[in-house]
Design a protein around this ligand. Sequence first.
Ligand SMILES: Nc1ncnc2c1ncn2[C@@H]1O[C@H](COP(=O)(O)OP(=O)(O)OP(=O)(O)O)[C@@H](O)[C@H]1O
Length: 298
Amino acid sequence: MLQNQWISTIASTLRAFDPISDTLDILIISFAFYQLIQFARKSRAGQLVKGILLIVVFYGLAYMLNLRTVTWVLNNVLTIGFTAAVVIFQPELRRTLERMGQTTVWAGRLFGNRRADPSLRGVWQSAVVAICDAAEQLSDTRTGALMVLERNNNLEEIIRTGTPMHADVIPEMLGTIFYEGTPLHDGAVVIRDGVIVAAGCVLPLSNNLEMGKDMGTRHRAGLGMSENSDAIVVIVSEETGIISMAKNGVLIRRLDRQNLFNLLQEEIVPPEETTETRVPTLKNLLRKGGAKSHAKAE
Ligand SMILES: Nc1ncnc2c1ncn2[C@@H]1O[C@H](COP(=O)(O)OP(=O)(O)OP(=O)(O)O)[C@@H](O)[C@H]1O
């Protein structure tokens, strides 16, 4: 009897299946679950998600066995727990939403993706050479350094914690900033569009428990910055002289000048302008539109 009921339910569900909208439905839900699992795995919310799943399983069992009081308690625990989780994991959720908002290449270009702006290619190319030269020299002299290379995520809040400046990226300038004893040597330098825009900046520290004991707070700050934004961070250890690069919460260690150059070239230097990349950005169109109307007015 129960079996027949199940079969007729499945049959009616299959009959109502719309290949287009239902496939889309399944794909969206699968993607959402995949993102949720990724979020749980990457953040400290992993244990919490396991706990919630356990409560959901108990809730299902209690419901099937018609345990009314247990069902009522678990129902309330889940409702309150969900609200509490949103409050407790607000930073992680915010970061995840910000990551989702990070534009794809095309959308990025449309809204003015600096990473793909060919007009910055020259300035970034010489900045990358200077950063590599400086990192090598600082490593030789065991001078600690922290350099944040801004990409698409705006680092205005970080810049505000330091001293604003506008200086070309040259090895001598970086060497002077990080020379112990100078007022700006503590903290990080922020480089935007191939120009040093601030020094002595305070970065968010990473909570990563897997970081080696041989790494101090400088590395923790560099890693934290890369977890909280799409910036690339170059770190020179004061103790060991080891050069590292942090990207998306991953630290690549023991780089020599050539390795660092190759990585930065790939990550930071905008590609050469070709007919394919010559896509008008919304920003440029607005700028051009503004310039035209300005010219007409004159
Ligand atoms: N939150 C932060 N933001 C920016 N810079 C930081 C931050 N925390 C530490 N630093 C930088 O790191 C320096 C101190 O780091 P610490 O002494 O822990 O590292 P260390 O022992 O020199 O090791 P290593 O350089 O190998 O990481 C500070 O002087 C400062 O310049």
